[in-house]
Design a protein around this ligand. Structure first.
Ligand code: SF4
Length: 402
């Protein structure tokens, strides 16, 4: 029933999985950069790699458990309840290992129709919704739960809010797997649990304004699909507890917290605030580290930034958002997106991927590069090599072995 416990208790298996992961996702150029102050220079080009980038501890563990599962349960079918992480390269690798992906839409019966007794089901790093978990336990499948500890920490907070009669206000994307799972925890914590998801500071300011004016006309249309059905804004927003999807923009989460704290203070009085408002920063440390590393790169001076990660990766998108405030920033999924010095296939903020022309002009250039928390070294490394190729920098055999 608890395949993750089995794997945790078997160091040899985990070591084997770690070695296989290194073989699959290591990059000699990244190793070189780590040994050389995260920088390569040649001619008119400098490439600077962020000091914190790529696989976070939660993703690393989830992927390691997937590799270990293949050995722990030979001959048995292994399924994942959706993408294990938001990176196509990693998901393709698991697919090649024979690990199968379950559809993410439909009723539980429809989604798990092909799973049979004896099969193994992997829960990804961002967790699963409470009813889905209950269904899997009820069916008696072998479950490998790789839900990240930082996500579990958010769940603990919102469950406590629900138990204490506070409505959880969650900074996140209501259709993101992690936030959907967090919302389900609110509902499963107690029969009276309520939540509202706010996507960004603008939505939080609008909510704050409604709270201060005690005016919720049009609330349901405005926040459609982002709140629990039982939530009556006139009654249930008098006590709110804040949490966030772990991968949101740290600065924005803090600003949202402050905006809503002020609104509750104005509405109920500073002296009564503790009875009406709670907050806890649930951005994970890996997300904070990666965002801070981008700001550090910008502070050191770069001309443009390349951010490598799945186009559907929330944390990668936030790295692009930070960089694009200061320099042209290009969100790519892999080296294949870099067609030439003239053309790159990149995803603009909030849009679909497009072909951008003239992204890398001739002349002196310092290019910053980073990868989201679900991007393996091999994908970031290959992107660096591609930039080196098109800038005529000496690649790579000598570097790779140095
Ligand atoms: S981004 Fe943070 S919460 Fe999400 S898997 Fe990584 S470490 Fe865990």
């Amino acid at each position: 029933m608890n395949g993750d416990r089995d794997i945790r208790a078997t160091p040899d298996l985990r070591n084997l999985a770690a070695r296989e992961m290194a073989a699959a996702f290591r990059s000699p150029i990244i190793d070189h950069l780590r040994r050389h102050d995260f920088e390569i220079r040649s001619g008119e080009t400098t490439i600077r790699l962020a000091a914190e980038f790529g696989f976070c501890y939660g993703v690393d563990r989830a992927v390691e458990y997937a590799f270990a599962a293949r050995h722990r349960f030979p001959g048995r079918r292994i399924w994942i309840t959706g993408e294990i992480i938001h990176n196509p390269r990693v998901n393709r690798h698991l697919d090649e290992m024979g690990i199968r992906f379950l559809p993410s839409c439909g009723s539980l019966e429809e989604r798990f129709r092909e799973v049979t007794p004896g099969d193994v089901v992997l829960i990804p790093a961002f967790g699963a919704r409470a009813p889905e978990m209950a269904y899997l336990v009820d069916k008696g499948y072998e479950i490998i739960d790789t839900t990240c500890g930082s996500v579990l920490n958010v769940w603990k907070r919102v469950r406590q809010y629900a138990a204490d009669g506070f409505t959880s206000v969650i900074h996140g994307k209501y259709d993101h797997e992690e936030t959907a799972a967090t919302c389900s925890q609110v509902l499963s914590a107690c029969s009276d649990g309520k939540y509202l998801v706010v996507r960004d500071l603008r939505e939080a300011e609008e909510l704050a304004d409604r709270i201060v004016r005690d005016d919720f006309a049009g609330f349901r249309e405005r926040f459609a699909a982002a709140y629990s059905l039982e939530l009556d804004p006139e009654k249930h927003l008098s006590k709110i507890g804040l949490a966030n999807q772990t991968t949101m923009l740290e600065s924005e989460s803090r600003a949202i917290q402050e905006v809503l704290r002020r609104a509750m203070s104005e509405r109920y009085g500073e002296a009564n605030l503790a009875e009406h408002f709670r907050a806890f920063d649930t951005i994970c440390s890996a997300t904070e580290d990666r965002q801070r590393a981008v700001r550090d790169l910008l502070a050191r001076g770069i001309d443009r930034m390349v951010v490598v990660g799945g186009f559907n990766s929330s944390n990668t998108g936030h790295l692009v958002e930070i960089a694009s405030r200061s320099v042209p920033a290009f969100h790519i999924e892999s080296a294949e997106c870099i067609e030439s010095a003239d053309a790159i296939r990149a995803k603009p903020l909030g849009g679909d991927p497009i072909l951008v022309r003239g992204w890398l002009p001739p002349g002196p250039q310092t290019i910053g590069i980073t990868g989201g928390a679900s991007t393996p070294d091999s994908v970031v490394g290959r992107s660096i090599e591609r930039i080196m190729e098109i800038r005529g920098m000496p690649v790579l055999r000598s570097i790779s072995s140095s």
